[in-house]
Design a binder for this molecule. Structure first.
Ligand code: ADP
Length: 228
């Protein structure tokens, strides 16, 4: 599903954010990407969603080299990859329903489709009753649930999360991670970049460790302790 070969990313000449990354993530997997701040976790996710292009190497998603996609094919790729951020990135002046509907509107979904899909996504994250609240009326955990609903409303095959629990307390963090896990169980491939050692250890999923832009460990049922 996601194949990465000899991937390098330099934002500035001769300063590598990622160096020779080789990685295959299969359909339906749940993988954590861990590593110190600056290790390259966000860069890897940004490359997968084609927010930026590799300096060298190849990323294939659904069998296609994403650097070779035509401009008109990029929206389709992004529709198939949902993304959740540490800082939520919600539209503050719109209610929960509209925040989730926004993703569908930009992809040209009909009103009927929006009325059907948004409640489904909000139901999945347990927020149906809060559909008409503004983000400022919600707790941090609820805001992150809205982001998860927004990320999955297109039913993407892949869900990426960049430090999704970075702004949340431990109990709420566990709830959000359980939610991401549920989404994985329902069939999506889920990749979570995180610092949250306790959560990584709790789930015992695949753990990919980055260090200074290099992949230094990749374990099937790992724990965070392997990160140096
Ligand atoms: P992490 O997510 O693990 O904290 P990042 O992928 O954000 O790591 O960063 C990896 C390296 O790339 C760091 O040295 C960071 O300073 C650098 N970097 C990230 N984004 C940019 C950018 N837009 N321009 C220049 N350097 C960047």
């Amino acid at each position: 599903m996601i194949e990465i070969y000899h991937l390098y990313k330099e934002y500035e000449r001769n300063v590598a954010a990622l160096k020779d990354i080789n990685l295959v993530i299969d359909r339906g997997e749940f993988a954590f990407i861990v590593g110190a701040s600056g290790a390259g976790k966000s860069t890897l996710l940004k490359l997968i969603i084609r927010e930026c292009l590799p300096s060298k190497g190849t990323i294939k998603i659904f069998g296609r080299d994403i650097a070779r996609l035509k401009n008109r094919e990029i929206p389709l790729l992004r529709r198939n990859i949902g993304m959740v951020f540490q800082d939520f990135r919600l539209l503050q002046d719109r209610n929960v329903f509209e925040n989730v509907a926004f993703t569908l509107r930009v992809t040209g979904a009909s009103s009927r489709e929006i009325r059907r899909r948004v409640p489904l996504a909000l139901g999945l994250v347990g927020l149906k009753e809060k559909a008409f609240k503004k983000p400022s009326e919600l707790s941090g955990g609820e805001q992150q649930r809205v982001c998860v609903a927004r990320a999955i409303v297109n039913r993407p095959a892949v869900l990426l999360a960049d430090e999704p629990t970075g702004n949340l307390d431990p109990a709420t963090s566990m709830e959000i991670m359980n939610l991401l896990h549920d989404i994985n169980v329902r069939g999506a491939t889920v990749i979570v970049a995180t610092h949250a050692k306790d959560l990584v250890d709790h789930f015992q999923k695949r753990v990919i460790v980055l260090e200074n832009g290099s992949l230094v460990s990749d374990q099937e049922r790992g724990v965070y302790i392997n990160a140096r």
